[in-house]
Design a protein around this ligand. Sequence first.
Ligand code: SF4
Ligand code: SF4
Length: 70
Amino acid sequence: MKQFDTKYIAVDREICKACWKCFENCAQQVFGKINILGLHKHIYVKNPDNCVGCKKCVKLCENGAITEVA
Ligand code: SF4
Ligand code: SF4
């Protein structure tokens, strides 16, 4: 079961365009990539407990796929 949220943020995988900006810029390495034969391509939350709630990823995502939950 893949996770899509932390205590502070939530990812909508339907909106995610797999640009990997959040993956590359989260200093806490919260995100992981799903990339199955180029068909199924989006971010997921790999390490939810690492999230410190800085909200950098929310600002970075140009597609609005990451939202604040707290
Ligand atoms: S920044 Fe947004 S569109 Fe890009 S990989 Fe992260 S969630 Fe997906
Ligand atoms: S809020 Fe900060 S620590 Fe949490 S996933 Fe986003 S960039 Fe990483």
